[in-house]
Write a protein that binds this ligand. Sequence first.
Ligand SMILES: Cc1ccnnc1
Length: 294
Amino acid sequence: AVFKPENVEDFYEIGEVLGSGHFGQVRQVRERTSGTCWAGKFLKIRKIACSRLGLDRGSVEREVEVLQTVQHPNIVALKDVFESRAEVVLILELVSGGELFDFIAAKEDLLESEAIEFMTQILEGLGFMHSRNIAHFDLKPENIMLSDKVSPHPNIKLIDFGLAHRFHQGEEYRSTSGTPQYIAPEVINSEPLSTAADMWSIGVITYILLSGLSPFQGETDEETLRNIIAMNYEFHARYFSMTSSMAKDFIQKLLVKNPIDRMTAEECLLHPWIKPITRKQVAKRNRSSINMKN
Ligand SMILES: Cc1ccnnc1
């Protein structure tokens, strides 16, 4: 893929740093013609293949291809790509509500209704990606952003597709990258991967949304990985006594060792914890509860 060879600064004024990660930096940028603000993701490309510094160009091309393939309200949009010398700049939709990670940290944990609202949008975006045979492979609260800080019902945007992969028919894919707390057993065992690996991460994220605890985290990464392989997690009474059994059932159907037995994103959206019940069903439930009282 050829990216625009022009200098990004001819078209955008570079602003403050919004975030940084393994890839490089994300800065707010302002389009000179329209004054519109975007997020510029500045990626260092390694000039020589064996260098450890910077990203290899292939992985950047994959991230661009994935972002160009998936356009969805819950996935960050890609507007433009520039390349100059050893740097590629992705011009992305500006998502300014901060990370879901910080939102949870500030609130300790969420009401189930809030968690359901976030999880539904995450599953809509993820289900769309999976329907195009694309897996994210690095889902975690840091890569789930809120559209804004003010609205009581912020929109969710999935970001950072640096580890994402589009599956081609019949092809096998293995990778051991990802973040220990969130990676699925098959990733640790270097087995062939599928979109089901993302669903394991969704189980971990839901557990965290409802309790503030990370289900498998140990003192060290090694201990965390051992806990995952051993399926060593539980719903500690102190943190889950008020959690609905439907919520726990939802998590239990995702933290399943065999990837083929895990719920898919589509199945998650039909799970009773997530699927909205109609007003008629609410009325019916209320009637039955009144009858029980009388
Ligand atoms: C960090 C970030 C990434 C993409 N868009 N806005 C902000």
